[in-house]
Write a protein of this length. Sequence first.
Length: 308
Amino acid sequence: MASACLVSGYAEPARAAAPACETAPSDSFWRAPVDTLPVHPDSARYVSSIGSDAPLHPDFGSGLVDGRPIGIPVTVSDTAVPESRVTFDVPEESDPSGYRIPSGARIENGPASDGDRHVVVWDRGPCKSYELYDAEPRGGNTWHAGSGAVFDLRSNELRPDGWTSADAAGLAILPGLVRHDEAASGRIDHAIRVTVPRSDQSYVWPARHQAGAAADPSLPPMGLRLRLKSSVNTSKLEPQAKAVADALKTYGAIVADNGSAWFISGEENAAWDNDQLAALKGFKGSDFEAVDTSGLGRSPDSGAVAPR
């Protein structure tokens, strides 16, 4: 697969062929179109609080910015590797075991980064994603992280209510990343992870956790779905940017963490065309609206959507 790096330092035979491993089930909230759902009654307040004039920003691309790679790297593993030992700053809300992290797994913004330092491993045999926040390798197949989670990518089960993950909203990161292979195909069929400067001390389905700056109903809650308005013209965009913009119209973006306004997340990949992606910065907050997804979920503890 061209979109991510395959790394493994463990000399075992490759796993037997397994069913294809997608990043989310077909009935997951990640894959649910929201282009026909109603506008949220508080949409104008949410957009204003995020920044009506702030530009959309693809937080991924090729090459380096300030000497660091751009985006969240996805380490793809197709071989069985030993389970890693991981300790946490927040063990009470982190999965304690089950992480099989290949030797050489990449860290967001590089190994010397002082940022979020996410590690995302797409283990395609058992179809799981191992995700760490503020990850530090300690040698000998041992890691330390702020928090972490193991996601079964074939399941719609959400994390326990109130638990974080490697993301403030308690959601998986991998399914919400824009990947180069899907953008190159011309179709991104899922919602995209987005950050906001300040969030409310609340969360809405499918989020399971909040990291709010204040109890302020004008601020977006974790889990809020935002979409690019249908009236926005995307026809003149080049292919990579158009695929992203069309996904934002159809599937929207999910508020998953605090950060810069309208920063959407994608994988680090040398094949991105930064000139194409730069055109996305021509959109701004006022081109978006919040979506009322109150009738989308099947049950509070499942990420599956109700039949429509």
